[in-house]
Design a protein around this ligand. Structure first.
Ligand code: ZN
Length: 312
């Protein structure tokens, strides 16, 4: 049986899955390893996970493709800006390095939020949806989105499609690590929350009932995520905006507040027509969208971008 392997290489863990190349059904269990940082570490992490996935396959399975999702900008075959992998300053030809170390199958690399978007399409299909357009908003350490438009994953002219976290939200705000002031992800992300609040988002929502400072942080977090969802919905008029990330998954009160914020836009005829709150879906936190989407890189929904390499 033809099989595809997908790896989601995060800053702390690597998740790996195998799927049928024909049905896209998952084969066996998800495997989790600890990520090793730096160029050599990331390559070794990928190679070890591929070996572990292959070793767990039942007899008769032939690997026909390997996809890697990484938290960085992937373009022209190289990974850059992958700070969480310790690859900040040196572009890494990850597809090339991994393809030299595994059996000769194509190895494709893509940004992890984009692979999660492809995994999000698989989840929507499992819910019975037949749509072929969606945006995924990842409220993680940072804030970034991916797009699947007319059935195709959007890579972008420079691999930067969906990098919306550094849109300036408040020009008078604090300085962001990117050098600008008041970027959206300083307010609407896991790191943005930690920057301002010593506790969980759920604790923030409780404290905000009596503490004006907590209420301000809560309102900026809520409004920032709602603004990002609106940006995706108005910009591309996608059928669904899937929202994922630990802060959102762990905090029902935040999800309710985001929907209330979005519904406040429905007092106008344009807002009612847009009905953005109705497009929001919360991707379950235990759904391995990143690894599943990575496994599907190179399929018709996600033609292989330029980061694909074969062993020569
Ligand atoms: Zn920034």
């Amino acid at each position: 049986m033809k099989t595809r392997l997908g790896l989601d290489i995060g800053g702390t863990t690597v998740h790996g899955v195998a799927v049928s190349a024909d049905t896209h059904d998952v084969i066996g269990d998800q495997i989790t390893h600890t990520t090793r940082r730096g160029a050599d570490g990331v390559v070794a992490s990928a190679v070890d996970m591929i070996a572990a996935l292959e070793a767990a396959l039942p007899d008769g399975h032939e690997v026909v493709g390997v996809g890697l999702g990484v938290p960085g900008i992937v373009h022209d075959g190289s990974v850059t800006h992958a700070v969480n992998l310790g690859l900040d300053h040196v572009p890494l030809d990850l597809a090339g390095h991994v393809s030299q170390r595994v059996a000769d199958v194509p190895v494709t690399v893509e940004n992890d939020v984009k692979t999660a978007t492809l995994g999000g399409l698989k989840w929507l299909r499992e819910q019975g949806s037949t749509v072929d357009d969606l945006a995924l908003l990842n409220v993680g350490t940072g804030l970034a989105a991916g797009f699947l438009l007319d059935g195709r994953l959007r890579h972008g002219s420079r691999g930067m499609a969906g990098e919306i976290g550094h849109l300036v939200h408040d020009p008078a705000g604090p300085v962001c690590p990117c050098g600008r002031r008041g970027c959206l992800e300083l307010y609407a992300s896991g790191s943005g929350l930690r920057r301002q609040w010593d506790g969980t988002a759920a604790e923030l929502f409780t404290a905000a009932e009596t503490d004006p400072d907590a209420a301000r942080i809560r309102d900026q977090l809520t409004a920032g995520i709602a603004k990002a969802i609106s940006l995706l919905a108005y910009g591309l008029d996608v059928s669904y905006v899937l929202v994922t990330g630990g802060v959102v998954s762990a905090t029902p009160a935040l999800r309710d507040a985001i929907l209330t914020d979005l519904r406040s836009d429905e007092g106008t005829s344009l807002g009612r027509l847009a009905a953005i709150a109705d497009r929001v879906r919360w991707l379950p936190s235990d759904y391995p969208a990143g690894a599943l989407g990575a496994a599907l890189l190179g399929t018709p929904d996600a033609p292989a971008p330029e980061g694909t390499a074969w062993r020569s």
